[in-house]
Design a protein around this ligand. Structure first.
Ligand code: PAF
Length: 282
């Protein structure tokens, strides 16, 4: 059904709604987001709608996963535009709580996954994955969803959430959906909205050089050489900095130079003051 989507602000409203659906025997899918929705999010919604009777999109800019107040303040917020994008899809509800609903007075719990968060993004954004794991655990508890949909674009986040769900016996199935890209290969991200025209023109060099490196590794180029070449090419294209460009085991995210089991090339780089991340299978 398309039309006006109910926007639920409190956990009580959400719980009432979910209780009614479950009583009627419906399965529930949740798409956790921080808003500023784009085609990548919409693809998650469509996947959820294929699998589940009811779909809730959560919109909450989670302060606990930002390591810098400036990044939090500058994060795009566009709830009315988000609701307009979701309306034609016929989502059953948007859960857009205030911070007081998610972290009420006295809140004292943090979920920390060991291992996976200690590398890559975790080294550059201290505490980020504790914030993600905590809010995702809360959103799973609040929605009681049978399935939750995450984009492969945030590959490390996906592995952290999978680890947490397995370790804590959370009965929510985590469903991964492929990264949605622009025509020139740039991964869709809410942060792309912050790119100037000049930075946007440079940005596609990241996926392009990663793809080139993956191809070179598969063709036998030593991994360190392919990574160094990709880093140099991204900088030469106009990026200001490469935070990392690493080949990792796909699930543990431990560094690897082997291609005989699933490996992932992950990178983070800055252009025009915007930090972009990407990853591809090798
Ligand atoms: O990927 C995101 O948008 C966020 O990290 C998430 C999963 C919604 C948690 O705040």
């Amino acid at each position: 059904m398309t039309g006006v989507i109910p926007i639920l602000r409190t956990v009580t409203e959400l719980r009432d709604r979910v209780r009614g659906w479950k009583r009627a025997g419906a399965t529930l899918g949740v798409v956790p987001t921080m808003g500023a929705l784009h085609d990548g999010h919409l693809s998650l919604v469509r996947a959820a709608q294929r699998d589940c009777d009811r779909v809730v999109v959560t919109i909450f800019v989670n302060p606990r996963q930002f390591d810098s107040p400036d990044d939090l303040a500058g994060y795009p917020r566009s709830e009315a535009a988000d609701a307009a994008l979701l309306a034609p899809l016929g989502v059953d509800a948007v859960f857009a709580p205030g911070a007081d609903q998610v972290y009420p007075k006295g809140f004292a719990t943090s979920v920390r996954v060991a291992g996976i968060p200690e590398r890559l993004e975790g080294l550059h954004r201290p505490g980020h994955f504790d914030g993600v794991a905590t809010v995702v655990a809360k959103l799973f508890g609040m929605t009681q969803a049978e399935r939750a949909y995450f984009g492969e674009k945030d590959w490390q986040q996906l592995q952290v959430v999978r680890r947490m769900v397995a370790d804590l016996d959370i009965p929510t199935e985590v469903v991964a959906c492929p990264t949605i890209r622009e025509a020139d290969g740039l991964a869709r991200s809410s942060r792309n909205a912050r790119l100037t025209a000049e930075a946007r023109a440079v940005a596609a060099a990241l996926p392009r050089e990663m793809t080139r490196a993956a191809r070179a590794m598969r063709a036998g180029m030593p991994v360190p050489q392919a990574l160094a070449a990709a880093t140099a090419a991204v900088l030469a294209a106009g990026f200001d900095r490469v935070d990392y460009m690493e080949l990792c085991e796909a699930q543990t995210l431990l560094w690897t130079d082997r291609l005989d089991s699933p490996a992932r090339l992950l990178a983070a780089a800055r252009v025009g003051g915007v930090r972009l991340i990407d990853n591809i299978a090798v």
